[in-house]
Write a new protein. Structure first.
Length: 169
């Protein structure tokens, strides 16, 4: 995994997260927090889980091992979650943007919330973050459909196509 590939995947991840938040913003407050019986109980809780996982992994990338995820109930609406997430997104993209090949190849050790201490190359954990987000954004898409809301296109290929049509700066 090269630094350019990681940057592209994290740009995609941020793009997909923003699109998911845009879709959730069209829900009523009641729909956003409605208990739906999925892996996480609501659209809010699923999106907050994606954010929280990104936050905890960035902490791990930087040598910390927090003992808990952020509490989803602090996000009373989509805008509160978006505001918190946008600050995190900037930090995460800056981190990904500064990586070298030797950074990606280094072994990182971290303590998980439930399963003990692990060690693996940084690039593996970073790929996990993107894959994890993709998995749960798929759940958000299903929840949106169940709520009668417009589903979102989040495929990596849609991101590539959108990037190809952007004006070069």
């Amino acid at each position: 995994m090269s630094p350019d590939e990681i940057r592209t995947l994290f740009d995609y991840n941020a793009w997909a997260n923003r699109r998911s938040l845009d879709a959730a913003e069209k829900l009523t407050g009641e729909q956003f927090t409605r208990q739906m019986g999925s892996s996480f109980s609501s659209v809010r809780d699923t999106l907050a889980h994606i954010y929280g996982a990104e936050w905890i992994w960035l902490e791990r990338f930087q040598g910390h091992s927090p003992s808990a995820l952020p509490n989803a109930s602090q996000f009373i609406d989509v805008q509160t979650l978006r505001n918190t997430w946008s600050v995190h997104e900037e930090r995460l993209l800056k981190f990904a943007g500064g990586l070298t090949q030797s950074d990606l190849d280094r072994q990182m050790e971290y303590k998980t919330l439930k399963f003990g201490v692990y060690s693996n190359p940084l690039w593996q954990s970073m790929l996990h973050v993107v894959n994890h987000g993709t998995y749960h954004r798929g759940q958000v898409t299903t929840l949106l459909r169940q709520l009668g809301a417009q589903p979102i296109l989040l495929d990596l290929m849609h991101f590539y196509r959108e990037c190809a049509t952007r004006p070069k700066v």
